[in-house]
Design a protein around this ligand. Sequence first.
Ligand code: G3P
Ligand code: CA
Length: 260
Amino acid sequence: MRPQVVAHRGASHDNAEHTLGAYLAALDAGAEALECDVRLTADGHLVCVHDRNVRRTASTHGIVSTMQLSDLDALDFASWKNPWADLDDEAPERDEELGRVLTLRKLLETVADYHRPVEVAIETKHPTRYAGLVERRVVDLLRDFGWDVPGAPVRVMSFSWTALQRIERLAPAVRLVQLLERAQYWPMLRGVIGDDWIVGPGIETLREHPKLGRRIARTGHEMHVWTVNTRAELDLCLDLGVTAVISDRPAYMLDLLGVR
Ligand code: G3P
Ligand code: CA
């Protein structure tokens, strides 16, 4: 079976990551799942932002966890990607709404209302800092959507085993992805992650450690690999029989797989 194509931060190769614009572009391209990183604001909202500081994506200093949602909502998360677009007569006019901070709730609503089935892969970032609050908020939100049940179109990913354990305790039916930061962590994680947990190694790690992918595959764990952007990277994943590729270029991946 071919791997599922997951849009990493939306169709983020061509669009500003984590914006509604990037996710709508991914859906238009046919992405079968959407990956997003989530952080908690000071007033308790889950927002789709990768970095601790908004400097890279909103061109101003600000630590997400110390900001209110309204502070973030006043920022432009799109212009950094193509700063000259406003000067380009050929470029389509920017829709400011599509470039604002995106809440996880809005992303889930978008997926729930979409005309075909789509899944969401939620990655919690640096969760231990909040002593479990991020995980509780994620699970509360999934419950609001009725997505804490078997077969729900969602999974939660983290580099933190502790964070995933918390999710498992709060919502045992939610699928979990243990992200793998370094090959060296695999022998440790292998003994402690749940049998049905998915393993998420990076493509670089698989390339640098050619035996690792086979070792993981032999354990029977599904593999979701990030960030797969080239033909050679996709070929490696196909060779390993991975079940999902997480890509900044979902349209290109679907083309290579012959599904578009
Ligand atoms: O999908 C997992 C991958 O996104 C992890 O790395 O830094 O892009 O969140 P990062
Ligand atoms: Ca991520």
